[in-house]
Design a protein around this ligand. Sequence first.
Ligand code: EPS
Length: 386
Amino acid sequence: MLTRLKFLTAGESHGQGLLGILDGMPAGLEVSEDYIGVHLARRQMGHGRGGRMKIEKDHAEIWCGVRHGESLGAPVGLIVRNKDWENWTKKMSVSPVDDEIRKVTLPRPGHADLAGVQKYGFDDIRNVLERSSARETTMRVALGSVCRKLLEDVGIEVGSRVVEIHDVKDESAVPDHLSPNQLSETADTSPVRCLDKEAETKMMATIDDAKKAGDSVGGIFEVIATGLPYGLGAHTQWDRKLHTRISAMMMSVNAFKGIEIGGGFDGAEKFGSEVHDEIGHDGKKFTRYSNNAGGIEGGMSNAQPIVLRMAMKPIPTLIKPLRSVDIHSKEEKDAHKERTDSCAVPAASIIAESMLCFVLADAILEKFGGDSMDQLKAHMKATAKY
Ligand code: EPS
């Protein structure tokens, strides 16, 4: 789904750490471990996180592709070490060990466990769960931050907020004067990343109740990007449409089960005259009277803010487990349980921002090109329309 950029992540949840490579970035982008660290810290926050986040303090080391603070146009390689690794050196050893390691044999409904062991013929679910863990999203945020920096340098901001946890909704609108960065700054001060204080209290209580009951909750979050020129993506082919690329990237994140663009599902029950955004002109540029399209028409950015909402299902590891069957004995038993989060919706909103950063940075490079940031900026100055 990306045309100019490529990225890969590697690493198990309780292994030595995570590796990431981002290829295709132009030279001359200022990037630092501190900048990436800001967004890694944002992903670690949120009411409802479990014990693991007390252990980890995620830090991405820039391993290669950057010299004297600027990208070289070469692949950027990052490493995030798992602090928890010291507790797992035997269980997750790369080399064979003499000790008897207890196998995980009770698949959790909703997790990759059962399909994974069936697919690979494993006798231990740990061989699946370590990689299917959402720990991997740490590296997506780290690499996505490098893309975010490119976007910031060409005037594009990406921010987010949580609008629903379980059945508690924050129905407030994003104030017009808030840029995506300001929206995120405000949301980051809330333990659930929502704007409305009353909803915040109720969301936190809902998470606490779920935790007490050994259960988990999901939710919905909104991601907004501004500063986009016309014409990112294209109407000419299915895989060039911007919303195709955004949807594919979003739906690749663990537990993301739905996406809405702009008015989304609400539009299905309205008339066309209520949905489509009328066009005006202020003497200098085209304007819109509304943004129900969420910034994308015909598969292209239309210079309005991109507005997306994603739904996350509740985390499948439950302290009060659901029914399952032992993969060896076929006995009916409770599913495997281990330390877990009762809610990771605030963290998911940061991951969604990062996924959008990959798509938008790629689309900017596709449309305007350039081997260096100076060239990219010159191309945009010469041809971008807003
Ligand atoms: C996860 C289970 C928990 C989460 C983890 C994702 O980890 P653990 O099994 O070590 O307690 O904390 O998320 C992260 C480690 C992270 O960095 O977000 C799972 O099963 O997906």
